[in-house]
Ligand binder design. Sequence first.
Ligand SMILES: *Cc1c(COP(=O)(O)O)cnc(C)c1O
Length: 381
Amino acid sequence: MPSIYNKLGVTTVINAADSYTMIGGSLMPAEVTDAMAEASRHFVSLEQLHLKAGERIARLTRNEAAVITSGAAAALTVATAACMTGADEAKARQWPLHDGTKNEVVIHRCQCNGFDIAIRQTGATLVEIGDSGGTTVAELEAALGDSTACVIYFDTPQYAKGALSLEEVIRISGLKGVPVVVDAAAQLPPVSNLWHYTERGADLVIFSGGKTLRGPQSSGFIVGKERYIAACRLYVGARNSIARPMKVGKEEIAGLVAAIERYVNLDHAAMKEQHERLVGRLCAGLNQAGWNAERAYPGPTGQDYPLVHLKLDRQAGVAEQLSKQLLDGTPSILVALMPDKRGLALNPLHLNEAEAEQIVTRMSVLYGWLSQQADGSDRLV
Ligand SMILES: *Cc1c(COP(=O)(O)O)cnc(C)c1O
C-alpha cells in the first residue's frame, strides 16, 4: 500500500544527521501516536488540559512547574513575553507594549544564533555582551538594568567559548532580580538535564518536544519556577496574545506528555549501548569499504552519545559533494558535516540497524566511485 508520502510524491529520508526540523525532527513512537489518536476523539477544556499536562510534566521532570508550547522556538517567544510583562493579564493582552515595559533581553554575543528572531518578535531588543574572546562580569552587570526582561543562555560547548559560566550568570542576574532563561532545546541525553538546569538555579528552561524526546514535531515546553511559569501560562491556550499563532493542539499536548513519560522511564543504559553498537557497526563497515571512520564523542551540541566521524583527507568541498550525493541518491540519506567540514558526521540517534546497513552499502558504492576518479581530482561528479 502506498504511504502518504508515496501518494504525495515526497521522498522519505534516512536520518543519519540529527533531530533537524527540515526533515521532520524525529519519529514518534507508538506510545506517542496512540496518545494523540486518543486525545483526538474527545472535546476537553484546552485550559484545563494545559494546566493538568503542565503539572504532569513538572512532576515527570522534577520541576516546580511547566508549560507547553508549540516548540522550543515558540518557548523562546513565550518566555521572553512572560519576562517582559510578568503575570499581568492586562499587559499580556495588549501588544505592542507601552514605554516603560521591560523590553531588553541580555544575551552573550557568542551565543547569538538563528533562533534570536523568536526572542525579537516580541519587540524586545537584544543587548549583546562580550565577544568570542570573552565576556566579563562587569559587562553583564552593566547590561542589567530597569529595562531588562531576562537573560537568555544557551548551554552548549560551541556556545561556551567566550561566555560566562551559567552559574556566574545566575548569581549576578539573581542579585538584580533578573530571571535567567536557558534554551536547552536539544540538550538530551542525559535525561538528568530535564532537572539539572533548574537545580543549578535557572528560572526557566526550554526543551524541544520533537527532538530527542520524540514527541510531536510541533511541541516543546518550559520548566521552572512557578512564578515565571504562571506568567508564561497567560500566553498559551485559546486566549488571544502574541503567542496565539503558536497554539498547541490537544493532540500535541497529549503526545508530548506521553513522549516525556516514555523518555524518563527509558532504559537509558540500554539506549546508550544501542548507540554504541550502531556507531561501532558503521565504523567497521565504512572502514572495511576503505573510508577512514572513527567514533567521536560527545554528540553535536555536547549530548551524552557518540557519533561517527568520517574523515576525508582531501581538498575542501568533497564532504559537501559527498553529502549531496547521499541525499540525492536512493535511498536518500541525510548526514551532517564535521565541524571543520573536512568530513561527515553520522549520528545514531534516529537510526536503526537496517538503516545503518543501507548507509554502509551506499557508502561502499560511493567509495568505489570516488576511487575511480582517474584524474584524482576528488570531484564526485
Ligand atoms: C532546535 C532548537 C530550537 C527550536 O526548537 P523547535 O522545537 O524546533 O522550535 C531552539 N533553540 C535551540 C538551541 C535548538 O537547538
